[in-house]
Design a protein around this ligand. Sequence first.
Ligand code: ZN
Ligand code: MN
Length: 500
Amino acid sequence: MSGAGPELTREGAEWISPATGARWVAVIGLEVHAQLATRSKLFCPCEVAFGAEANANTCPVCTGQPGTLPALNGEAVELALRAALALGATVAPESRFDRKNYFYCDLPKNYQITQLDAPYCAGGGVTLGSGKRVRLERIHLEEDAGKSIHDQGDATLVDLNRAGVPLIESVTHADLASPEEAVEYLQALREILVYTGASRADMEKGELRCDVNVSVHPAGEPWRTKVELKNLNSFAHVAAAAEHEIRRQVAAWESGDPALEPVQETRLYDAERGVTRTMRRKEGEADYRYFPEPDLPPVTVSPARLEELAARLPELPAARRERYQRELGLSAYDAGVLTASRDVADFFEAAARLSGEPKEAANWVSNEVLRCLGDEAFEATTIDELPVRPFDLAEVIGLVKDGTLSSSGARQVLRELLASGGAAGEVVERLGLRQVQDAAQLEAWCSEALAARPAVADEVRAGNEKAVGALMGLVMKASGGKADPRLARELLLELIARGG
Ligand code: ZN
Ligand code: MN
């Protein structure tokens, strides 16, 4: 770790200084901006679309022209409420918008519409695998700013497509104790947002951005100054930045030099060099001259509406994982893989139901189907883009169960279906994968094998049943791999027992 001082050793959540033997603990809190999955912006009808031509999705409202008025997007409120309910937060019957004033070229109004004193919800949280509860302080609604593009020689370009895009900002208490816990929390939060449809939370498109507050103190002592790491857009960066910052702060405190002590500030993470550096000394709320937004009425939410929204919430990932283990007998690991995204979980459940074989369906989905995602040969990034539907997988599972297909034949059929679609039965015939179950044909191959290796029969009769494997090899070879191995094996043992 360059510039981070001496290496610290880790013992659980404690960071131990080899120089002094001191045991340091970290305190971490997260502020996450998630983009709501609306069609249009928060206060105007402009389309929300990633990758559009610069400034194509703008209008007088989101470019801050004089005389325009914002009008709140009902879909954004609906999605924000869904996220709040899924996170167990308490929704305020009335919330209000405020103006956060600052000047920057990507903020044409010179203020951001956000919620300061009366956010739309408070409380709630996420439970980690360890059982630890990470509490949410609040969630508020706000609009995004535009984007400044600095890499154009001397010029800075401004793209306002993102200006006015709806966000929810969720703020945790400082309940997290390690970079690993921070990442686990983010994964759980992201899952919930995606499951409820509140956000697509695609980090590569900037739909989930994270600020990390970090401080360190010797175990058992009071908390010390916190530092904010701004705008981290991948889980790996969150973990690396938090770890670097913990090491940097410990080294700074241990240096004993007051000039090096951590100060309250905002730092940026430089992913290329793996270090954080000062961006600005932290502004206080006063610097933003917050005041109530006069152009928007309060947002009111009735208990009846909340009840209706709660009734329509999907089953959440943690509940699904628990059910898969309890009802379907899956391992915790398999349940985790299958629930990592909602469309995969839905696909698996449909295949399990249609085939009546949940464990088989789980194996095929996690081993074969998911492997295709992200594999360039298949051109699919989500399970719904694959040409295979749950019905097809159930059919393949059924063909193995009734002996039509061997497991390797089934794998071939599924790969063919994954690559080009079609019907399982037709693919079995086209690829000639149907196993031979015809008794007379099987007997001919078995007799031939016995004649070729008569000594094996004696070995089996002497009690070594495993020796039959040598004959199975001959049968499979003679049949071109198509003999039903279960039937062939039974038949070989029967013929040997009969002395033939
Ligand atoms: Zn607009
Ligand atoms: Mn914010």
